[in-house]
Each structure stands twice: as structure tokens, then as C-alpha cells.
Design a protein around this ligand. Structure first.
Ligand code: 1CP
Length: 367
């Protein structure tokens, strides 16, 4: 099997310039980007976290025999898989097909994505010496990202493309634990017990994440989502001390790009105000807090994204429809609302449910 390709490009070219203009079709007026910017929209835009992937037969077909990290480094596959849910559902945004550990792999961290498990790190980072592996990321480290985004922007036309990265806390958890974790024990042990090492690690990850998101915007992504999936494990005071300085630096470091910045985590009900403070334009909300209450907690000046429990899609459509209507109604309390799930699509989801949900959101939110 091929491994991650060598990087033929080097250097800092192409960072910093949003690149959707050159092809003459500009998604800037799309419903999705307008909602992110809290501008009036004709209908509530909708996309689904993990909309590409194991719930789609066409995904399973193209992934057959191809390891996940190989798929993430193969532009033709990235383009095809990213387009699949756009073709099937008519969602209002595409999300770049990749994984949060791709930039770490690209700078040389020894890791793999194991089927049915997730990211596994060969040498977990638990000492100052181990930090040395986390060098800066340069655009030339991820030429397949730049190439795939360039092709996608042409193919998508006026449908915006969301670029993404894992947030420092969530990346740190994988790097310190060595893989997926329920309680993040080693992660918290470092955070509480070795704050200097913790902040040094978070600072390295912040630099890498910022550079990686800027590469995606330079290549043409028209919004950027930061996935801090596991940060709900942290209490608010600890978030302020150990996480907020780093996520704030990421959002501040993207401000000049002019693309909407989305900030998402799971189990973040008690952190919503702090997520708003971190500086994103849109705060993602999981299914545990109703959107009208989330709007109150996040405060003014932010749009919201969410928040149907992905497990509801496993129930009959008669159960799904009123839940979706309730979310649309509560979403009106926010200054802008992007309909989404409260976390990623579950692998056993029937794609027809997502097709019907997309249609319901479009029809019933029409102004
Ligand atoms: O072999 C396979 O098919 C691997 C399954 C898989 C897939 C399809 C993984 C491993 N990642 C992905 C794609 C992926 N990862 C996307 C696709 C784009 C889309 O939305 O369509 C995205 C956005 C991610 C991001 C990601 N990876 C997150 C953040 C989002 C979230 O769901 O919270 C996280 C936490 C990961 C880690 C990861 N990668 C893969 C798995 C199974 C996991 C989770 C492991 C765990 O439970 O800790």
C-alpha cells in the first residue's frame, strides 16, 4: 500500500489570499456564508458534520482497500468523497474530506488511523523532549490539500467549501493518550501537573493548526471550522486557564482572512460563553442545550450551528420531523443559524433520512 506521499513543494507561497475569485463563481453570497455572517437569508442553510463517510454506499465503494490516511493524501479521492454528500443531499456547504490528524502526519508524527478505532500515535508525547517532533507546518507539507481544494472550488461552483482542523486540546488529547480516550486521564495529568509542558505543547499545536487553516483558506476554502470535539471534558475555569489563550490565538490569527470561523465542541454546555469569547463567528452547539438557551449563553455577535442529536436520525421520520422543526424555531433566537447535527453523522444512519431532513430545513425555513 502507498504511504503518505513525499512533499514536493516547500516554502510559504500561497498563504493568506482567499482564492475563490479566480474562477469567476463566488460563493460569498451563499446562504451558508450569509448565515455565518448573521446576514438575512432566504432559508436556513444546512450541512452535516461527517456528511461524507461510512453512512454512504458510494463512500464505502471508493474507499475499498484504501487506508484512511492514503485517502486523505490523494486529491482525486478527496474531491470525489467531498462531493458525494453535496450531490446526494443538496446541502448548502461541503466539508473538505480529511481528518484532524492529517497535519500531524504531514510534519512527521508517527501515527495511523486504525479502522474502527481512530487515530493511534506510536510514541505518545509526555515529556519536553518528545515535543521536538512538532515542527512548524509549511504549505509544502500538504500539497495534496492545496491541490484538492483548488479542484473542489472549481467543481463546487457557488457551494462553499468548509476547511477544518482539530483544536489544540483535542489534538493534544490524541498525542498524549496515544489514541482515543474516554476520560483523557494522561491529558489532564499533564494539564494540571505540568502546566509549563502543557502550554508548550498547546503553543506548538496552535502554531501548526493556524498554519494549516491558513493553507486551506489560501487554497480557496470559504469558511474554517475548528473541531474541539473533546474539550467538554474541561471545567470552565480550567478552560479559561489552559485552553482559551490558545484557541483565541487561532481565531485572532485567522481574522485577516475574512472567512467565517466556526468553533465546535461536544458536551460544551457549560463552556458556551467561553467558546463565544474565544473569537469565532459561529459557535457549534451539541444536542444537550436548546438553541435559544445556547444563544443566551453564547451572547450577542455570534451565529449558532446545530443541533439535532445524530441518534434521532435512527428513529422513524415521524420522530425526526418535529424535532427538526423545533430546532428551526429555537434557532430563530440566534442572530444567525446554520442547521446541523449536534455531532457527526452516525455510521448506521440511513442516507434517505439526511436527504429528507435537508429538504425539510429548506422548505420549512423559507422566508
Ligand atoms: O477508516 C476509516 O474509514 C476511518 C473513519 C474516519 C473517517 C471517515 C476517521 C477516523 N475520520 C474520518 C473523516 C473525518 N474526520 C471527517 C470527514 C469530513 C466530513 O465531515 O465529511 C472529519 C471532519 C473528521 C474530523 C475528526 N476526526 C474529528 C472531529 C470531528 C468529530 O467527529 O468530533 C475527530 C475527533 C477525529 C478523530 C477520529 N478520526 C477517525 C475516528 C474514528 C476518530 C474518532 C476517534 C475517537 O473516538 O476518539
Amino acid at each position: 500500500m502507498p504511504t503518505f506521499p513525499a512533499s514536493p513543494l516547500r516554502g510559504g507561497e500561497r498563504t493568506g489570499t482567499p482564492a475563490w475569485e479566480p474562477w469567476g463563481v463566488n460563493p460569498a453570497d451563499s446562504t451558508f456564508l450569509r448565515a455565518c455572517r448573521r446576514q438575512p437569508v432566504e432559508h436556513t442553510p444546512v450541512w452535516f458534520m461527517r456528511q461524507a463517510g461510512r453512512s454512504l454506499p458510494e463512500y464505502l465503494a471508493v474507499r475499498e482497500g484504501v487506508p484512511m490516511l492514503t485517502a486523505c493524501a490523494t486529491p482525486d479521492l478527496i474531491v470525489e468523497i467531498t462531493m458525494q454528500p453535496v450531490r446526494r443531499y443538496g446541502v448548502d456547504a461541503a466539508i473538505f474530506f480529511s481528518d484532524i490528524v492529517v497535519p500531524l502526519k504531514a510534519i512527521g508524527v508517527d501515527l495511523d488511523i486504525k479502522p474502527g478505532v481512530g487515530p493511534v500515535i506510536a510514541d505518545p508525547i509526555r515529556s519536553p523532549e518528545a515535543l521536538a517532533v512538532l515542527r512548524d507546518l509549511e504549505p509544502g507539507d500538504v500539497p495534496y490539500v492545496t491541490e484538492a481544494i483548488g479542484s473542489l472550488v472549481k467543481e463546487l461552483g457557488e457551494v462553499p467549501l468548509i476547511g477544518f482542523a482539530g483544536a489544540p486540546f483535542t489534538l493534544a488529547s490524541y498525542l498524549i493518550e496515544g489514541g482515543p480516550s474516554k476520560n483523557h486521564d494522561h491529558t489532564k495529568a499533564m494539564m494540571y501537573g505540568r502546566p509549563d509542558l502543557w502550554h508548550a505543547l498547546m503553543t506548538r499545536l496552535t502554531d501548526i493548526t493556524l498554519a494549516y487553516l491558513r493553507v486551506q483558506a489560501a487554497a480557496g476554502a470559504s469558511a474554517l471550522q475548528l473541531f474541539d470535539s473533546w474539550v467538554g471534558a474541561v471545567a470552565p475555569d480550567d478552560y479559561r486557564t489552559f485552553v482559551l489563550p490558545h484557541t483565541s490565538r487561532i481565531f485572532a490569527g485567522l481574522a485577516d482572512l475574512g472567512v467565517p470561523r466556526i468553533h465546535f465542541g461536544v458536551g460544551t454546555g457549560e463552556l458556551l460563553g467561553l467558546l463565544g469569547e474565544a473569537g469565532a463567528d459561529v459557535v457549534g452547539v451539541d444536542w444537550r442545550v436548546p438553541l435559544d438557551e445556547a444563544a443566551r449563553r453564547v451572547g450577542p455577535g455570534r451565529a449558532l450551528q446545530g443541533n439535532l442529536d445524530p441518534a434521532i436520525l435512527l428513529a422513524p421520520w415521524e420522530v425526526v420531523a418535529p424535532r427538526a422543526r423545533d430546532i428551526l424555531a429555537r434557532g430563530r433566537a440566534a442572530e444567525g443559524h446554520v442547521f446541523n447535527l449536534g455531532h457527526g453523522v452516525l455510521p448506521s444512519t440511513d442516507p434517505d433520512q439526511l436527504a429528507r431532513l435537508t429538504a425539510l430545513v429548506h422548505e420549512e425555513s423559507a422566508r
